[in-house]
Design a protein around this ligand. Structure first.
Ligand code: ATP
Length: 308
C-alpha cells in the first residue's frame, strides 16, 4: 500500500536521507521511529509530495507520488508535524474546506464532514473558531482534515507531539480506532509510543534505515542483546574508556552524569567469559567494584544499541 524505494535527499551540506526503502502492507500500522533530525519529516514530506527527492520513489496505493500526484494524493491523508490549521475559520468550515481541497464530490461533502466531526468527537465545537480551541482539540481538527476524504493511506508526523498525557491517550485511541479502515504510518521519537500502537516498526538513524520488523521480531533480537549495569567506587570515566576498547562490549556510558554507575551491552557474539573479563578488569584496575547486574531489557535497549 505504501512503497518507498531508494529515497535520497540532501539539503546543502546535510545528507538528510540515504537510500531509504520500506513497505507498508494494506491495513498495517507502522511506526517510523527515529531521534530528532533522523529524517522522519523529510521522508514523510517526500512520500506526500510536499517536497521532491534527489533520487528514489514513493508509491501510494500503487501510484507514484511524483508521476501520478493526483491519483496518489486522492488516496492519501497527511497530518504534518506543523498542522495546516486556519485559526480564523470555524471548525466545520475548515473541515469542509479540506474536503473540497481533497476533491470530495460536492454532493457528499456535507455528509462526510458531519461523519468526520462525529468520529473525532468534534460535533460540540463545530461552530467554534479553530484558534480558540485547546491544543488537544486543535490536533483532532488536524486529524479531521487528514481523514475527511476517507483516504486509504494515512501519514501522521509525530501526532502526539506537544500534547499532555491525557490528550496523548485520546490520540492513541483515535489512531487505534482508525486502524483497519486505513493503512497508517506514524512517526515518533518515543519507542513506547509506537510499541503499543503499531504492528511493525521501521527505525531511521542519520538518514538511513537501520532496522525494521514486527514488534515481536524486534523483541526477539532483544533477547540477543544483553545489557548490564555496573557501579564502581572511582575513576568511572577511565573505566568507560577501557570498556570501549574491549571486543564485543557495546556502548558503555554513564547512567547519570553525576553518578558512578554505567551501562553497557554485549554483542550477540559475546560468550559468558566476557563477563568474567569485565569483572576482572574492574577489580584489577582498582576501580572498586560495588555492583554488577544484568539489566531488565526493554525495546528501548534495542533502539539504544542500534543507534549508538
Ligand atoms: P524531528 O523529529 O526533529 O522533526 P526528523 O527526524 O523529522 O526530526 P528531518 O526534519 O527530516 O528529521 O531532518 C533531517 C535532517 O535534515 C536534519 O539534519 C535537519 O536539520 C535537516 N533539514 C531538514 N529540513 C531542512 C531544510 N529545509 N534545510 C536544511 N536542512 C534541513
Amino acid at each position: 500500500m505504501i512503497e518507498v524505494s531508494g529515497l535520497s535527499k540532501r539539503y546543502g551540506a546535510v545528507q538528510a536521507l540515504r537510500d531509504v526503502s520500506f513497505k507498508v502492507e494494506p491495513g498495517q500500522i507502522v511506526g517510523f521511529l527515529g531521534a530528532n533530525g533522523a529524517g522522519k519529516t523529510t521522508t514523510m514530506d517526500i512520500m506526500c509530495g510536499c517536497i521532491g527527492a534527489d533520487s528514489g520513489s514513493a508509491k501510494i496505493a500503487g501510484y507514484d507520488i511524483m508521476e501520478q500526484p493526483l491519483e496518489a494524493k486522492r488516496r492519501l491523508g497527511y497530518l504534518p508535524d506543523v498542522a495546516p490549521l486556519h485559526s480564523e475559520m470555524r471548525v466545520a468550515d475548515y473541515v469542509t474546506f479540506a474536503a473540497r481541497l481533497h476533491k470530495v464530490p460536492s454532493t457528499r461533502v456535507q455528509q462526510q464532514v458531519t461523519e468526520t466531526l462525529e468520529r473525532l468527537s468534534l460535533g460540540d465545537v463545530r461552530n467554534r473558531l479553530v484558534g480558540n480551541l485547546s491544543k488537544g482539540y486543535r490536533q483532532r481538527v488536524a486529524f479531521a482534515q487528514a481523514i475527511v476524504h476517507n483516504p486509504e493511506v494515512l501519514v501522521l508526523d509525530e501526532p502526539t507531539e506537544g500534547l499532555d498525557p491525557n490528550q496523548i491517550l485520546h490520540v492513541r485511541e483515535l489512531i487505534r480506532s482508525l486502524a483497519g479502515q486505513h493503512t497508517i504510518i506514524l512517526s515518533s521519537h518515543i519507542l513506547s509510543e509506537v510499541q503499543n500502537t503499531c504492528d511493525r516498526i521501521v527505525i531511521i538513524h542519520n538518514g538511513e534505515i537501520v532496522q525494521q520488523g514486527s514488534v515481536a521480531e524486534l523483541a526477539g533480537q532483544l533477547q540477543a542483546v544483553r545489557t548490564y549495569r555496573l557501579r564502581v567506587a572511582q575513576n568511572v570515566d577511565q573505566l568507560i574508556e577501557s570498556l570501549s576498547t574491549m571486543d564485543h562490549v557495546l556502548s558503555p556510558r554513564l547512567v547519570n552524569s553525576d553518578s558512578s554507575e554505567l551501562e553497557f551491552g554485549f554483542s550477540k557474539e559475546a560468550n559468558e567469559q566476557l563477563l568474567d573479563d569485565v569483572a576482572r578488569m574492574v577489580v584489577n584496575g582498582g576501580y572498586g567494584l560495588r555492583e554488577l547486574a544484568a539489566q531488565t531489557r526493554s525495546l528501548e535497549d534495542v533502539f539504544f544499541h542500534i543507534t549508538h
